[in-house]
Design a protein around this ligand. Sequence first.
Ligand code: NAD
Ligand code: DAU
Length: 350
Amino acid sequence: MKVLITGGAGFIGSHVLSLFVENYPQYNVFNLDALTYAGNLENLKKIESNPNYTFIKGDITDENFINTLFEHYKFDRVIHLAAESHVDRSIKTPLDFIKTNILGTTILLNAFKNTWEDDFQDKLFYHVSTDEVYGTLGPTGLFTETTPYDPNSPYSASKASSDHIVRSYGETYGMPYVITNCSNNYGQNQFPEKLIPLFINNIINKKALPVYGNGEYTRDWLYVKDHAKAIDLVFHKGKNKETYNIGGFNEWKNIDLIKELCKQMDVKLGRPQGDSEQLITFVEDRPGHDLRYAIDASKIKDELGWEPSVTFEEGLAITIHWYLNNETWLNNVTSGAYQSYYNKQYHKAT
Ligand code: NAD
Ligand code: DAU
């Protein structure tokens, strides 16, 4: 089986790709990635020499390139993770999100459909999506697979659109697909623009911790390797045309999570307790900031037997340990273009 994974050099993609290359030597696993600022082949060092792995540098929005690629390789299955993924960036440059997440996904779908429309037997387009498509929750309730879509940021609206287009290919052309909508991931290889790695990096460097608004926003956190395991399960056992929500059963208010992170970092860095908390700085809120996300993951639990394997405290400890032991990785990704992004985004907090 030829499995194409898009975005395999990114955060979640690198974990999914490593899992498939290592656990399924009988599959030929292809990684298609444009290596944007978020893509990093360093994330794949451990598996890059495996005989069942091939890297292809390319952009999913380049229609001729994608069509030629599918004509040549005839990928049996696709796990589509390539995307612009950061909400703050989507507020600054929405067109990049529309292009990659909507147009890029449609170009992939079309190439896949054109390759197999005579016989879709055993073929699959697996679309990796987000819980943000559901919009925001109030203080209670959970997102289920039937919660109406109500996205609020250009990022989430672009992901919602791509989900709809995937579904439309299923209905219109009979293309087999599954979609998973996952909550906030954390763990190794995450680019330090997202909350947890950004704050770890800032604590290491004793820089301000810019908390948006009052910090009372809630997210449901999942360790990235547990997300990769869920994707593995849905890929092999998920039902055609189904959506599965994936979450950590693990809600945290940002400010509580940040205080927990500060506490663990002080221990790890041998600093006095309370030291890192002093870096907390409340800054201007994110426009359209969703108050709360929380996933009801009972469908994937009941139907496929998936559950998170680590607690948040364990996952956070592994994550902190990894960032502290991978200073070169962190330094490499936070030089150059990162600095100009950081200065623009956080000009009031620096
Ligand atoms: P990421 O930003 O870390 O990685 C994205 C990858 O896609 C990078 O390797 C990048 O080079 C590649 N890419 C971007 N544009 C491309 C293009 N035009 N052509 C080819 N490759 C391109 O993202 P992530 O956090 O790993 O998220 C992966 C997927 O999972 C996304 O679809 C995202 O919407 C979804 N998701 C993320 C989270 C999360 O918490 N990070 C949660 C739920 C769902
Ligand atoms: O819910 C799934 C989504 O989770 C994914 O689809 C996205 O790809 C992923 O980026 C993530 O989106 P969020 O916007 O929730 O993640 P982020 O890490 O950017 O922010 C988490 C929370 O922390 C959010 O409430 C905003 C807040 N925040 C974030 C940053 C970067 C701050 O207070 N300060 C910051 O500097």
